[in-house]
Design a protein. Structure first.
Length: 201
């Protein structure tokens, strides 16, 4: 009982915390904290620990697998940043050092691909429009990146959300892939365009 006889709780903040309208906000905060903790935990295992140059490739592969990544090749080099939980790397693939895998869309790399260093795979897309004479940008939307088998990817290539590559393609270093690349060609440039067909023997 308070001095004015109102009967309000004497505990500081008790009335505030028990307000029904605040409970959904508290639940949202708790869920957000849980997601952040899980993200921090995965980042530590997949990037800080597994990406360390002192970690053997077999242990790196194990850490990727135990955190849910579908990586079937142990040939992923150090310093890769794994900010994508839907990554699938199939058998016989080699991924060189310091590649970046981002977003909430699927990233699939087919069998026997060779990926050069510092390549970037971006799956987060934002819808952009003018609303009431102001620029409005939507929340990120995941768009899949699918790469076929036996694709050669030059260093520092960037894959943009929603792009796809058929089997047996060569992509020159520094290219930006934004659409669909057809089988049997060499691509290069920004954006990546056909340069020449692959020689057939």
């Amino acid at each position: 009982m308070t001095a004015d006889g109102s009967g309000a709780s004497e505990r500081p903040g008790a009335a505030y915390l028990s307000t029904p309208g605040e409970r959904p906000m508290l639940r949202a905060i708790v869920m957000a904290v849980r997601m952040e903790v899980r993200h921090m935990f995965n980042h530590f295992l997949r990037t800080s620990l597994a990406g360390n140059p002192l970690v053997p490739s077999a242990l790196r592969w194990f850490l990727y697998r135990v955190t849910g990544l579908r990586i079937s090749s142990p040939n992923v080099r150090e310093e890769c940043i794994m900010h994508n939980s839907y990554l699938e790397i199939r058998r016989g693939v080699f991924v060189n050092r310091a590649c970046f895998f981002e977003g909430s869309g699927r990233i699939v790399i087919g069998e026997k691909c060779q990926v050069g260093p510092q390549c970037t795979f971006l799956t987060s897309h934002h819808e952009i429009r003018i609303v009431s004479d102001q620029l409005a940008i939507s929340r990120p939307i995941g768009r899949d990146i699918v790469i076929g088998a036996r694709v050669w990817v030059g260093g520092r290539t960037t894959f943009l959300p929603g792009c796809s590559v058929e089997d047996d393609v060569v992509i020159a270093a520094g290219a930006v892939v934004s659409g669909h690349l057809c089988r049997g060609w060499i691509y290069g440039g920004v954006p990546a365009k056909k340069i020449s067909p692959l020689p057939v023997t």
